[in-house]
Design a protein around this ligand. Structure first.
Ligand code: GCU
Length: 608
């Protein structure tokens, strides 16, 4: 018995630790074979396809039993019993959450298996093959041709695995075990105010790469010198050392060659003549290509500087006021996770119509279409990691998960001009372990990218219960570049008529951004302005709140909660909520509420 256990344990350890490979930079514009479309699926409430009846993972054993779904087996003869068959199973669309696709899966939280068969046209044995996922919520165990590639946790960031050693030209299959069960030690944790959509929620793509290829690069305008581009290139492959790489920006007649070091890495600074800087009114993107041997990758990059001076936010050295709105990654009309460019266009056009130059993507990294479109539209972006409410601050494993997700989004979007703020967290309770947790995240962020601003959505409170003096006595306020807080005066507490009497004691010389305020309203429900849930109540709250916030001396931006109603299991009040958080300015049927125009007018007339 002992022998089997030890090899089983060793094999188990090896497979469960198979984390994802280094992320491919800019997969967005790399040529790839899409695996989007219909995937067969099996709902596995009892984890039958993953654990044997002794609750030992099938993929932890050297000869997994016939119950191991990742083998995608078929009976070889009329006697053999295989108690699952993906090809007889129904299908789900990828990308897409399962909750909005199947009535039976609307509330489902658990394990669901996906299978997709694929051939690789023009397969070349001397090329390398990667399998890339835009995101899978929450845990993904990935298998190709019956072998485990690895596991990834985190529902809102990309990951990929090399599968060169497993794939053929034809008859390949990928099996993904997706588990979106919530847990206390995960990120986010058990309790959130959004729907825990499960599934392969973003694109799945096969990339064919050279033996040595450009794995990663960065190219940003220097923080101080707006005629200097700083960047690096990282190669991956046997011939990565001392290799020639080039950076080419035709419009600037710039074509620079560099040589990598022994690790295939080269850091560089390139002086340039006067650049056409990216800004909200002039979202200029340059065509840039990076080459190494036969591997050439092109990107569209905008160059801009973002910084603070006292309580001002400076974009290219000019003061900018962030006229914002919060957005969840949900298409209210379809009632599911957004993933497409069409979805991004809907959301950012609504923001543009409001008069916004800024969006807070809450409370987790949204799909890449959002930031790519924001680059093109000149929309400034706040990106956030799902460190939300009561995370396990003292659990080092939880910290690792938070840091991994943060690293993945910084890695994906570091070349996006539109992204100006990395947010560490939302509404987290103060404590020493929490302060240490968030401070470490901020330090990590600045080590990955020191060209952007760090913030977090903190909480404000009155000095005495029911008092009119508002303070933010949060030590993390000393760590951030931008002081942001959520305030719900007039909704969760206080009488909206009294908001004009509030005093804001904010003795910090930093820009202040109000990351949330708002009120619930059922679109089409009308009453006097003190009737909760009526459009008039929400309208009044906006009318009263905006000038008060705008009078805060350090105010540099506002992102009201939220562009559209969104699903939340915490919102059960019939008839007003019925599973929806109703603080949207637009209903789930796409109808604008009165407060939409209140905010639109405010942004139109704000001379900032
Ligand atoms: C909180 C939180 C949001 C939530 C909102 C609300 O501040 O950050 O996620 O949806 O308030 O209560 O509507």
């Amino acid at each position: 018995m002992r022998l089997i256990v030890s090899s089983f344990l060793v094999f188990m350890m090896a497979t469960s630790l198979l984390a994802s490979d280094a992320l491919l930079q800019n997969n967005y514009l790399r040529k790839g074979l899409t695996l989007n479309g219909k995937w067969n699926y099996i709902v596995d409430v009892y984890e039958t396809g993953y654990y044997n009846y002794r609750w030992e993972p099938h993929d932890g054993s050297t000869n997994p039993g016939s119950g191991a779904f990742f083998l995608n087996e078929k009976p070889q003869n009329k006697r053999e019993i295989i108690e699952y068959d993906f090809d007889m199973a129904p299908t789900l669309l990828v990308p897409g959450d399962w909750n909005s696709q199947k009535e039976k899966l609307f509330y489902y939280e658990g394990t669901l298996w996906y299978k997709k068969s694929f051939d690789i046209e023009n397969f070349e044995a001397n090329k390398r093959y990667y399998l890339h996922f835009g995101a899978v919520n929450y845990r993904a165990d990935v298998y190709v041709n019956g072998k485990k590639l690895g596991m990834h946790k985190g529902g809102f960031t990309p990951f990929n695995f090399e599968m060169t050693h497993l794939v053929n030209a034809e008859d390949n299959f990928v099996v993904v075990r997706v588990d979106n069960k919530r847990a206390a030690d995960e990120v986010p944790t058990l309790n959130t105010d959004w729907w825990n959509y499960g599934g392969i929620t973003r694109d799945v793509t096969v990339y064919e790469l050279e033996q040595t290829f450009i794995e990663d690069y960065s190219l940003q305008l220097d923080k101080e010198n707006n005629k200097l581009l700083n960047g690096y290139i990282q190669l991956n492959g046997d011939t990565k050392a001392n290799a020639k790489v080039t950076v080419n920006i035709p419009e600037l007649k710039l074509n620079k060659e560099f040589t990598t070091d022994a690790n295939g890495h080269v850091k560089f600074s390139i002086p340039t003549k006067k650049l056409n800087l990216w800004s909200c009114d002039n979202p200029k993107l340059y065509d840039v290509s990076f080459a190494s041997g036969d591997d050439i990758i092109s990107d569209k990059i905008g160059f801009r500087q973002i910084s603070t001076r006292g309580s001002d936010i400076l974009l290219n050295d000019e003061v900018v006021f962030l006229k914002g709105i919060c957005i969840h990654e949900e298409n209210a009309m379809r009632g599911g996770r957004t993933y497409s460019m069409e979805d991004a266009v809907t959301h950012l056009n609504w923001a543009k119509e409001l008069g916004c130059n800024f969006v807070r993507l809450a409370h987790y990294p949204h799909n890449e279409n959002m930031v790519r479109l924001a680059d093109e539209m000149g929309m400034l972006v706040w990106e956030e990691s799902p460190v939300y409410w009561t995370i396990q601050w003292e659990n080092p494993e939880t910290y690792k998960k938070a840091e991994q997700q943060l690293t993945e989004v910084v890695y994906r979007d570091k070349n996006r001009a539109s992204v100006i703020i990395w947010s560490m967290a939302n509404e987290t309770p103060q404590s020493e372990p929490r302060l240490e947790f968030l401070s470490n995240l901020a330090k990590k962020t600045r080590s990955l990218d020191d060209t952007r601003l760090v913030s977090a959505a903190l909480e404000v409170h009155s000095t005495v219960p029911g008092g009119n003096t508002m303070v933010i006595d949060d030590q993390f306020a000393d760590v951030v570049d931008i002081l942001s807080f959520n305030q719900y005066y007039g909704w969760y507490w206080g009488d909206i008529e009294n908001i004009k009497n509030l005093k804001w004691e904010i003795d910090i010389d930093k820009p202040v951004v109000i990351s949330e305020f708002g009120a619930g309203a059922l679109q089409g429900y009308h009453g006097d302005s003190l009737t909760a849930w009526s459009e008039e109540f929400q309208e009044l709250l906006y009318e009263k709140t905006l000038p008060v916030l705008n009078a805060i001396p350090q105010i540099s931006g506002i992102t009201p909660w939220i562009i559209s109603d969104f699903r939340s299991p915490r919102r059960v009040l019939i008839p007003y909520q019925d599973g929806w958080n109703r603080k949207g300015l637009i209903s789930e049927t796409g109808n604008k509420k009165k407060a939409f125009y209140t905010l639109q007018n405010f942004y139109k007339n704000i001379n900032k």
